[in-house]
Design a binder for this molecule. Sequence first.
Ligand code: HPA
Length: 287
Amino acid sequence: MNRIENLTAQLDKGPPAGQEVAKVARNILQFLGNRDKPSIAVILGSGLGGFEKRLTDSIVCPYAEVGLPTSTVAGHAGNLVVGKLQGKTVAVLAGRAHYYEGHDIQTTALAVRALAVIGIKQLLVSNAAGGLRPEFTPGDFMLLTDHINMMGANPLRGPNLDALGPRFPDMTKPYDGEIIDKFVQAGKSLGIDLHKGTYMALSGPTYETPAEIRAFMSLGADAVGMSTVPEIIAARHAGVRCAAVSCITNVAAGLSDSLLSHDEVKEVGNLAGKRLSDLFEQTIALI
Ligand code: HPA
């Protein structure tokens, strides 16, 4: 038995959540046929949409056909695209399942867990976020150095999937220092400045109140958003090295005179798309 067969066999014998991970992993493998398996996965948040078009020799696995949840958010596609980029085999998750859509928190991490079974070693994530620091302007990027999980939920809740990782995973270094350095290096070569900071994940779908933002500032948050943390937790559980970049799409609630809107978030995200895609591609070249 090879590593993947061994893992899926173990998952099949365990709790239903693990059987589901094994099923999705097998479905993806079937799509891949005898192509190379990805070593890097990228999750596209607002702003990175279209990044999957940079892959060559790619194959598209629609989420519905591999047993992954389809996103209800307008403008978020639902495809897993696997192909070549900068000499590496990369899996791009174009579209993600958000907790605020009503998915179980476990479901938001299903794709990452299936890709961990297939053997990805690194996970690179992008998201849209509100900025809490005065020096953050819409269009800026922030590399995550840590996070605060304020979603009130954890994707590892329930029986542990022992085949993937331990019951009580260490979270001292959620974001990998070496990959962070590669992002910084890539940013320098492209003339893209990167802030560093702590991302706070909230369940949404409401944006925050000004009082919440003041409270979160005193708790140490530099940016707030509604994604990323479940995927990072699931990846770290399975030993996958992670990095994430927030596109600061707006100043957080109450820190400017304007109100928040999803249209503004999408617009700033789309404008940042090419630079963010360049940054991710150059980082992939370096890792
Ligand atoms: N708050 C939460 N999520 C977000 C924001 C915000 O201000 N901007 C983009 N996603």
